[in-house]
Design a protein around this ligand. Structure first.
Ligand SMILES: Cc1cc2nc3c(=O)[nH]c(=O)nc-3n(C[C@H](O)[C@H](O)[C@H](O)COP(=O)(O)OP(=O)(O)OC[C@H]3O[C@@H](n4cnc5c(N)ncnc54)[C@H](O)[C@@H]3O)c2cc1C
Length: 389
């Protein structure tokens, strides 16, 4: 893509110069800006966003701040080994403590709550697996609590589950307000309605970033475009897959649910917001073939499945009206963990993405790692893009 002189909206057609340009105004872009400025307050940094703040997945998610990863902890151990699975879990716990220390000062203003999160099993096989997860976690001193079906009904008003597990440190938040607060605290500039379509090298050695809102120069460019990254570099084509997630919301009832919940191996999820409304998402597994790509349309199959789940498991919302439906694009990585690095073809272009549906629980800490990498500090091997050939 390219923009003609006539459609270029920059008023003076003169290049704007910064030290670092961040592409993407979601939680990763805002977090990276925050940490870079913390490391060096004199840096001149701008975020370039094709639409508006948190327009991507960051403004369309469920707001769970989850520790761990995209699957039950025993499966993380099988995949990564015990030491690394524990390191990943602790990384997410640190994400939460960093957020609390630097951003979530007034819990009410961000609608933050930390009462733990639940993972529920409708089948006995999954419940048995969760019980073994609890044993493993107890051995590793990760706080958890196993619940039978009666406790699930009592605390969550959720029926038809064999039982579940509660992870004690998890929480939930208003994700848009979170991104806004991180960005406001970063002290960086923000250019909305500014789509980047090319990054080129100048003879002077800096990078020329071409957008539909003028030309920008910087010595370093950082891609925080997650699911959209494949549009900017072919490097991401086989590394970060754009994957759609859908959500439905139901009108409020008297608040009764103790905390946010996952079900069915993390694939489906729901939470009751402070005003009593229900947010429910998931069921991507029903349309695996079509829940990929950049379209953010909702589909009948998944929206019907979300509705059926409410009818079956959450009777207090049974006859309530649906108020919102939406979809967003996530970036799935090959192994489910985020990746941070510099492009092999250009070591002045850095990136962070591939959160595989868990960026709210990982991006603030990942932004710190990305800043560390740019400043030449070491970052954990499991999050480094060097793990992929
Ligand atoms: C339905 C749904 C539910 C989810 N639920 C949760 C949850 O409960 N908990 C959790 O931890 N995670 C959840 N996620 C995942 C989470 O939202 C993401 O991991 C996270 O928001 C990724 O943030 P990001 O800043 O990396 O990417 P994004 O928020 O997608 O931001 C990328 C930005 O880049 C911009 N952009 C792209 N290309 C260009 C370009 N060429 N020029 C300029 N700008 C560009 C986009 O407009 C976008 O704003 C969910 C996601 C979805 C879709």
């Amino acid at each position: 893509m390219a923009t003609s002189y006539w459609l270029d909206r920059s008023s003076d057609h003169k290049a704007k110069t910064f030290d670092i340009l961040i592409v993407g105004g979601g939680i990763t872009g805002a977090s990276t800006a925050f940490w870079l400025k913390k490391e060096d307050p004199n840096l001149k940094i701008a975020i370039l966003e094709k639409s508006r703040l948190a327009f991507g997945a960051s403004g369309r998610n469920a707001g769970f701040i989850t520790c761990g990863s995209v699957e039950h902890f025993n499966r993380m151990v099988s995949k990564h080994g015990e030491a690394q699975a524990l390191e990943i879990w602790k990384f997410a716990e640190t994400n939460m403590s960093l957020l609390k220390e630097h951003i979530i000062e007034n819990e009410k203003s961000l609608e933050f709550e930390q009462r733990g999160a639940y993972s529920l099993a409708a089948e006995s096989a999954e419940f048995n697996e969760l019980k073994s997860v609890a044993q493993l976690m107890n051995r590793l001193n990760i706080g958890n609590e196993v619940l039978g079906s009666d406790q699930v009904e009592k605390r969550l008003g959720a029926f038809g589950f064999e039982g579940g597990i509660r992870y004690l440190k998890d929480g939930a938040i208003n994700p848009y307000k979170l991104v806004k607060k991180i960005f406001d605290k970063s002290g960086c500039e923000f250019f909305d309605q500014t789509e980047v379509f090319a990054i080129e090298s100048s003879t002077a050695g800096d990078r020329i970033v071409k957008t539909d809102n003028g030309v920008f120069h910087a010595s370093i460019v950082v891609l925080c475009t997650n699911g959209y990254s494949g549009n900017l570099s072919s490097y991401f084509k086989d590394k970060i897959y754009p994957t759609r997630g859908q959500i439905m919301m139901v009108e409020p009832v008297e608040p009764f649910m103790d905390g946010p919940c996952y079900a069915n191996f993390y694939l489906d999820y729901f939470r009751q917001l402070a005003d009593g409304s229900l947010l429910i998402g998931g069921f991507r597994q029903l349309e695996k073939e079509t829940e990929v790509g950049y379209s953010d349309h909702i589909t009948d199959v998944i929206q019907s499945a979300l509705h059926d789940f409410v009818q079956k498991h959450l009777p207090r919302f049974k006859d309530k009206k649906i108020t919102h439906r939406w979809a967003g694009i996530m970036g799935f990585s090959q192994d489910g963990e985020p990746m941070i690095g510099a492009l092999p073809e250009d070591n002045q272009v850095f990136f962070c993405g591939g959160f595989t549906g868990h960026g709210i629980g990982l991006a603030f800490h990942s932004g710190k790692c990305l800043s560390d990498l740019i400043f030449g500090h070491p970052i954990p091997e499991w999050i480094s893009a060097r793990r992929f050939p």
